[in-house]
Write a protein that binds this ligand. Structure first.
Ligand SMILES: [Fe+2]
Ligand SMILES: [Fe+2]
Length: 185
């Protein structure tokens, strides 16, 4: 008697063969199931990244723009020497403020899609990938302009007068001090 071939399954008769036929679908589904933990982990990471991004814009980016526009830019312009230096500062500030508005507009358009991802839904925005890439690239360009051009200029101008540097420091402290609780009258 010859041993059964381990590769070629033995022919079966209907309806027994139909039971084996079902295994094709079941085995295919089980192979996909193997990938589910990895996909679930990717979904968990997507939700966490989306939630962190919402917090980043609310708690860091938007207040940072406020600090720059209401305190830093004003202080540097005020301390700049009248004439060419102040014109250069104001020109740079106008560009930086325009970039803030552009980024804020991009964020406002992207926010609902990020909120949807944070809630575990698939993103509803067509061009989501492009919108994310544009926002990130625009913001990185903005930080480069500040770090390469504005901040060194600001530092040079403000350090001429220690009182001006101290005044900026104080304004920022006041701005970030916790709001006092108002007692009911
Ligand atoms: Fe900025
Ligand atoms: Fe900045």
């Amino acid at each position: 008697m010859t041993a059964p071939d381990p590769v070629t399954p033995a022919p079966l008769h209907e309806p027994v063969e139909r039971f084996r036929g079902c295994h094709g679908t079941i085995v295919g589904g089980l192979q996909r199931l193997r990938g589910l933990p990895e996909l679930a982990e990717a979904m968990r990471q997507a939700r966490a990244t989306a939630a962190d991004t919402l917090a980043l814009f609310e708690q860091q980016v938007l207040p940072h723009h406020g600090d720059e526009e209401k305190e830093l830019f004003v202080a540097v312009s005020r301390s700049a020497a009248e004439g060419a230096e102040r014109a250069a500062v104001d020109d740079l500030v106008a560009r930086l403020v325009a970039q803030h508005r552009a980024v804020e507009g991009m964020w406002a358009a992207l926010r609902p899609a990020v909120q949807a991802v944070a809630a575990g839904k698939t993103h509803p925005l067509p061009g989501f990938e492009q919108a994310v890439a544009s926002l990130v690239e625009t913001y990185l360009e903005h930080t480069r302009l500040e770090e390469m051009a504005f901040l060194p200029l600001a530092d040079m101008i403000l350090r001429r007068n220690p009182n001006h540097m101290a005044a900026l420091d104080l304004s920022l402290h006041i701005r970030h001090a916790p709001m006092p609780r108002l007692a009911y009258m």
